[in-house]
Design a protein around this ligand. Structure first.
Ligand code: NDP
Ligand code: 2IT
Length: 449
């Protein structure tokens, strides 16, 4: 990464001095600032108004103690976070992550990325993220419920349908959103659209469960079409086997591809006959089991321990859908050597900067997370609209809107890439297009934050 513009590099160096240990956050900021050079140089108003200094600093960071009691009666304590990063274009919006690796750096990188992603959707949503280092794995439903209730007992005072609207992310799905929503409603005595990803029985949107994976495939298909290609007949490798991965598997298959490998943190399965997403649903959503139990359902498949090895499986299209920095330079080189044509990011920041550079240099299609995985939060935005209108749309209506939004996001990225003289560079295009809207709103509002 190289930031040449003096204003941008000055802000970045200062950020590094003050947040030197926040590795993921600095990685996410560096990647964005690098691509903003042309717009900063074209419009001095941004520097004059201190837009970059302001946009890299969260409006508010909330950190709190989350005490809960485990099934043996022992008191446990985790750290809770909500990073309210930017509200220039709407209420803070973004998921909650429950994973032992959660720390302030991870929360800030995710919140920062969310600003630009939400802007790209075209919907009025600011950027935020939250979560805790709580590990839901191996916990009983009762323990997860007590944790979620304790977490919300502090969080409720900082959020609201017009203030900040959390949703799911790693380790937070329908079960957790239910416990969080129930506790919010109980404390505030209000039934509002304060969370998205709700059950359809309690104001949730149809197709929100599928949205991120579907959206990833809609975006990828659009980008492939622009190159005269498509999913049809392609071999696809998807890392992860959670919410995003499962529905990316379903949609890629519907679009004519064969998904031949998927993973979790323990390793990956390989099934040359094509993975049926319904088997992943059984393993992950119903049984909360490990990915190697796929072999009980499909004995002809194989399991290999170690999740990073999945990139050695020869494929045409790679969809990293697990976590940050899961695709490194070695993985990228393996994909390139095996003739892959595309890497499209379902997870947030799954590729290291070195991997991205190699993928782009080799001429593969590279679809950046903040554009390609925006279908989840876009559909959360549609859930908020339905809640405000106090009505609900059919699955097809939501799916059609999602499809239209992903096509628009692709066009915004491709157009912005052209404008800054980097045709085809969707990563640069996503950063520029996402930034322009937020920066314009910040300029208009004066030095409000
Ligand atoms: P889930 O919790 O449903 O699934 C996560 C998957 O990734 C699991 O298979 C998990 O394996 C694997 N994984 C998580 N952490 C690691 C790790 N450190 N190393 C290896 N594998 C890991 O989460 P989601 O599917 O919701 O999220 C996946 C990614 O997509 C995240 O980056 C998230 O931020 C992003 N995203 C999610 C959206 C959503 O709507 N849910 C929207 C946009 C982006 P294991 O079970 O073994 O831990
Ligand atoms: O990273 C993401 O965009 C999400 N986890 C979804 C956020 C949301 O508010 O739906």
């Amino acid at each position: 990464m190289e930031i040449k513009n003096a204003y941008l590099s000055g802000v970045y160096e200062d950020l590094k001095d003050r947040n030197g240990n926040e590795k993921e956050f600095l990685q996410a900021v560096g990647e964005v600032l690098e691509s903003l050079e042309p717009v900063i140089e074209a419009n001095p108003a941004y520097e004059k108004a201190g837009i970059i200094e302001r946009i890299v600093e969260p409006e508010r960071v909330i950190m709190f103690r989350v005490p809960w009691v485990d099934d043996s009666g022992k008191v446990r304590v985790n750290t809770g976070y909500r990073v309210q990063f930017n509200s220039a274009i709407g209420p803070y919006k973004g998921g909650l992550r429950l994973h032992p690796s959660v720390n302030l750096s991870v929360m800030k990188f995710l919140g920062f990325e969310q600003i630009f992603k939400n802007s790209l959707t075209g919907l009025p949503m600011g950027g935020g993220k939250g979560g805790s280092n709580f590990d839901p794995k191996g916990k009983s439903d009762g323990e997860v419920m007590r944790f979620c209730q304790s977490f919300m007992t502090e969080l409720y005072r900082h959020i609201g349908a017009d203030t900040d609207v959390p949703a799911g992310d790693i380790g937070v799905g329908a079960r957790e959103i239910g416990f969080l929503f129930g506790q919010y409603k109980r404390i505030t005595n209000e039934f509002t659209g304060v969370l998205t990803g709700k059950n359809v029985l309690s104001g949730g949107s149809l197709a929100r469960t599928e949205a991120t994976g579907y959206g990833l495939c809609y975006y990828t298909e659009e980008a492939l079409n622009a190159r005269g290609d498509s999913f049809k007949g392609k071999k696809v490798v998807i890392s992860g086997s959670g919410n995003v991965a499962t529905y990316a598997c379903q949609k890629a298959t519907q679009l004519g591809a064969t998904v031949i490998a998927m993973s979790d943190s323990s390793g990956y399965i390989y099934d040359p006959n094509g993975i049926d997403y319904k088997n992943i649903q059984i393993i992950k959503e119903q049984k909360r089991a490990r990915i190697n139990t796929y072999l009980d359902l499909v004995p002809t498949a194989t399991f290999t321990p170690g999740c990073a090895g999945i990139w050695n499986v020869p494929c045409d299209i790679a969809l990293p859908c697990a976590t940050q920095n899961e695709l490194d330079l070695a993985g990228a080189k393996a994909l390139i050597a095996n003739g892959a044509i595309a890497v499209c990011e379902g997870a947030n920041m799954p590729s290291t900067p070195e991997a991205i550079e190699a993928i782009q240099a080799a001429g593969l299609l590279f679809a950046p997370a903040k554009a390609a995985n925006a279908g989840g939060v876009a559909t959360s935005g549609l859930e908020m609209s339905q809640n405000s209108l106090r009505l609900s749309w059919s699955f097809d209506e939501v799916d059609q809107r999602l499809h239209g939004i992903m096509k628009n996001i692709y066009k915004s990225c491709a157009d912005a890439a052209e404008t800054v003289g980097k045709p085809g560079n969707l990563a640069a295009g996503a950063n520029v297009a996402g930034f322009l809207k937020v920066a314009g709103a910040m300029l208009w509002q004066g030095v409000a934050y």
